[in-house]
Design a protein around this ligand. Structure first.
Ligand SMILES: [Zn+2]
Length: 307
């Protein structure tokens, strides 16, 4: 009997204690921090990838990780699994801008891994950039910082790695990058519209060339017959019109090539821009655009067969 009542007392104390603890946790910042740390400790940052923890690292990625660790983190980062993950970026349509997730530092309980999008296999610079980014997450976590995502502490290490030339990149704010992205979209449409104009001008020139052929045929016939044929003013008028058109086309081609060259330069710049908005734990890249240009100046002269 006595044992039973003692057990009941204990149960009541535990229940009451839990209630008080819960109440306190809500109001005491330190307790709140402890709870959030425990939660963080147990949480999975993304459940989709928890099935690959036990798979071995990709040897090439592991080698690259070890190299960056040795050169830029004094070899202090722990060896963690790192592998290609084709599912990165899945479920989010790259869209017209072609944005894709490139890498992820992934934590599930005490287990940590780095996942890299296989699209980076063909781009060593982008791979290194992504790897450095994920390794900074690992560095912060390993040094006890479980709160920083892409905040000041992250940015400080990022700047150091950039200074040490760990990767090729330009530091930019998210708004800089957004501004350039919208400029690129606008410029792409402007170039497409110039391209349409050029095609129209060239079609018109082609029609004029056919007119010239017909005119030349008439001149040849007149030369044989010794009379008739188009008047000098008709020929000169067509010649003038054609020269003007060639001038317009060449000016358009020059402008197109200039703008196309600048566009390509900015696409390249965009792709090495490194910016991280707070709270976003994924990195995106802009898929390269088709290179503009490819036009050549053309100056076709009509044949004068008239004597
Ligand atoms: Zn990140």
């Amino acid at each position: 009997m006595a044992a039973h009542s003692r057990l009941l007392q204990l149960l009541i104390i535990v229940l009451f204690g839990t209630f008080v603890a819960r109440f306190l946790v809500k109001d005491i910042p330190a307790a709140k921090r402890v709870v959030s740390k425990v939660r963080l400790f147990r949480a999975c940052s993304d459940d989709r990838y928890s099935d690959v923890y036990d798979k071995p690292s990709d040897p090439a990625l592991a080698k690259e990780y070890a190299l960056v660790n040795e050169r830029h983190f004094g070899g202090r980062l722990p060896t963690i699994p790192i592998r290609w993950e084709p599912r990165l970026g899945e479920g989010s349509d790259p869209g017209p801008a072609g944005l894709r997730v490139q890498g992820l530092w992934h934590k599930c309980g005490r287990r940590i891994q780095i996942l890299v999008n296989p699209v980076l296999k063909s781009d060593a610079h982008a791979l290194r950039r992504t790897l450095c980014h994920e390794m900074i997450h690992e560095h912060l976590y390993a040094s006890g910082d479980t709160r920083t995502k892409h905040g000041p502490a992250f940015q400080t290490v990022l700047q150091r790695l950039l200074d040490e030339k760990a990767f090729e990149g330009i530091l930019a704010t998210e708004s800089d990058k957004g501004f350039l992205r919208s400029w690129l979209s606008q410029e792409k449409s402007a170039l497409a519209s110039m391209d349409r104009d050029l095609r129209q001008e060239r079609d018109a020139l082609h029609k004029m060339d056919k007119q010239f052929d017909r005119l030349n045929a008439r001149i040849r016939l007149a030369n044989v017959a010794g009379f008739g044929g188009p008047s000098d003013s008709d020929v000169e008028a067509l010649e003038d019109a054609r020269n003007k058109r060639v001038f317009v086309i060449n000016a358009l081609v020059r402008k197109y090539n200039e703008r196309g060259g600048e566009f390509n330069k900015q696409v390249k710049r965009y792709n090495i821009m490194v910016s991280y908005p707070d709270g976003l734990d994924e990195e995106n890249s802009f898929q390269p655009n088709d290179p503009a240009g490819g036009y050549v100046d053309q100056k076709k002269r009509h044949k004068k067969t008239r004597k």
